[in-house]
Design a binder for this molecule. Sequence first.
Ligand code: ZN
Length: 199
Amino acid sequence: MSEVCGFSIDEYCVKVKDFHGGNLAPGLIIAGFMVDLACRNLPENTLFEVICETPSCIPDAVQLLTPCTAGNQWMHIIDVGRYALSVYDKYSGEGVRVHLNPSKLKKWAAIEEWFFRLKPKSEQDTQEILKQAIEAGTSILDIEKVTITPEYLVKKKKKSVSICPVCNEAYPSNYGALCPACRDDCLPYISETEHMRTA
Ligand code: ZN
């Protein structure tokens, strides 16, 4: 019997229903298998982040099954409309990308109808789509190795802090030899600051 990130399918369906006000969406079942396949192909104990290529369904499955959320910024959504996600080592960028392969849907008519929106929602047989999604599991997916660009990686080096020689205040060292306020003379103050007593 297939599992999703250590949960039985029944357990996962309960989690999805709790999360979605009792509604079991086929997209979340497929997305659950996508997260499962991706995470199983990362080395154990990898500190990872996730990129979702669509804002639909996949981000919810990621938030249900991993520590990555939009709020902690370990999950990134780039809306290019593809049913895909990448899971990667947050320091090295090494990881895997999983996507739904449309050519693998031939033997799953109900999933195909749902995925390509061949029928209006009211005419779709949701139970049959769910049944096929669970039966199909990871067999309708593709997985490939990827390396993520540096802008999505966490820099290991802690940024150091300097004291500006002009204003004697602290700022991140990587801004240069002076703090940007002194360097660019861009502050919104009309007159020189007059120092006042603090105690
Ligand atoms: Zn300064």
